[in-house]
Design a protein around this ligand. Structure first.
Ligand SMILES: *Cc1c(COP(=O)(O)O)cnc(C)c1O
Length: 401
């Protein structure tokens, strides 16, 4: 079975494709025709791999979490994407796409961002490689994520507020697409996850696939086995999971687990659990599962973690869900918070709230003593300190009572 690669039209089973306004055809077609040849060329790989190693700090460690393993009676390894430059896996993709844009002769980069992590990664790549950078961000997210807005500005990016709709991530994507239509010859749109029209899901998955490539090598070095029994990752659009699954998805003996953001609960009306709540639809240029009304209006998602607060899921993951190749768990805000504090206390690692959703699967499923589980720790928790502090304060107030 080939789960890894889409067909020539960008379909993973029933999902994917390129549903775009006519004005974007030339750009998207240019990408479709050229992306594989460019990114697989020796010259590109040399520059990209050099930057991953010496600038991003790869390979990131695969860390055997002894204390966590004892508690959950299994062998738990953490893939430390939190130790990448800029604090998450997003930089793997941003650097790759900005390098690609340069080779396509583009001088101007646009990106969308929700929590600001992808915006910071893209602004970083543009500062390094000397391209103009414009980041679209929902007006409400700009208020919620002030430190990342400051970082982007210091890195030289222009941050433009998206003021339509709910003023959050999906509106920022719409603004970015509008910009791309108006500036198609000079501009490349760096999409931040495995979403968007073909070839973006495949392009982003390939740049993130370094995660599972390293896991294979590092696990073999540490255990004599290349394949774990399980790989667990959180999914917003799905890029860290796609990267962590990539070299395992076509090997049937590796079980894959996805953690979605349940928000306040699947049936609470405040959730982002797309595979539970979504139906077939088109969002941001591809056909996939989308949280929408019967009339096709997008339903506002909710998650405590801004990075998972997205009403869709990439076509790669929709296909894994439909074919039951991966098992999907919905993790609520409180469960993620609990797991974030547990990892911090037990292993001395403060995870991003997004990554904490993947950790929370440990409480939902029993594993055997000799089973090897790899969890993708997609990012670090610096950006979430305000939320964690609030939880600490709420906790100590309750203790006083
Ligand atoms: C953006 C982000 C995510 C969610 O995006 P994916 O494309 O699903 O990986 C998860 N974790 C962190 C730390 C992020 O910054």
């Amino acid at each position: 079975m080939n789960y890894k690669n889409p067909d020539e039209h960008g379909y993973y089973g029933d999902f994917g494709g390129a549903f775009i306004p006519e004005m974007l055809y030339p750009n998207v077609e240019e990408l479709q025709k050229n992306y594989l040849e460019i990114i697989e060329s020796e010259e590109f790989q040399q520059e990209y791999q050099n930057l991953l190693k010496n600038y991003v700090g790869r390979a990131t460690p695969l860390y055997f979490a002894k204390n966590l393993s004892e508690k959950y009676h299994s062998k738990i390894y953490l893939k430390r994407e939190d130790l990448n430059h800029t604090g998450a896996h997003k930089i793997n993709n941003a650097l790759g796409q900005v390098l690609l844009a340069k080779r396509l002769g583009k001088t101007r980069i646009i990106a969308e961002t929700g929590a600001g992590q992808h915006g910071v990664a893209t602004a970083t790549a543009c500062a390094l490689l000397g391209l103009e950078c414009i980041v679209y961000m929902g007006e409400i997210d700009i208020q919620r994520q002030a430190p990342n807005v400051a970082r982007m500005k210091m890195l030289g990016a222009e941050v433009i507020p998206a003021t339509s709709g709910s003023k959050t991530l999906k509106d920022a994507v719409n603004e970015a697409l509008r910009d791309w239509i108006n500036n198609s010859t000079t501009t490349h749109y760096v999409i931040g996850s495995v979403v968007g029209p073909h070839p973006f899901p495949d392009l982003v998955a390939r740049f993130q696939s370094v995660i599972s490539k390293e896991i294979k090598e590092q696990l073999f070095e540490q255990t004599g086995r290349q394949n774990p029994d399980y790989v667990i990752a959180c999914v917003g659009g799905g890029s860290n999971a796609a990267g962590a699954f990539y070299h395992f998805v076509d090997e049937e003996n590796v079980k894959l687990i996805v953690a979605e953001a349940g928000g306040l609960g699947i049936n609470s009306g405040k959730s982002a659990a797309t595979t539970f709540l979504g139906t077939l639809g088109v969002l941001h240029g591809s056909k996939s599962l989308v949280m929408q009304t019967k009339n096709g209006q997008v339903i506002e998602p909710h998650s405590i973690s801004a990075g998972l607060d997205y009403p869709g899921i990439g076509p790669f993951h929709a296909h894994l869900f439909k074919e039951k190749r991966a098992k999907f768990f919905s993790i609520n805000d409180n469960e993620a918070l609990k797991s974030a504090f547990e990892l911090t206390k037990m292993e001395g690692i403060i995870p991003a709230l997004e990554s904490a959703h993947a950790l929370a699967v440990l409480d939902k499923k029993k594993f055997n003593e000799d089973e090897i589980i790899v969890i993708c720790l997609s990012g670090r928790g610096d950006k979430d300190m305000e939320t964690y502090l609030k939880r600490l304060e709420d906790g100590s107030r309750k203790m006083e009572i």
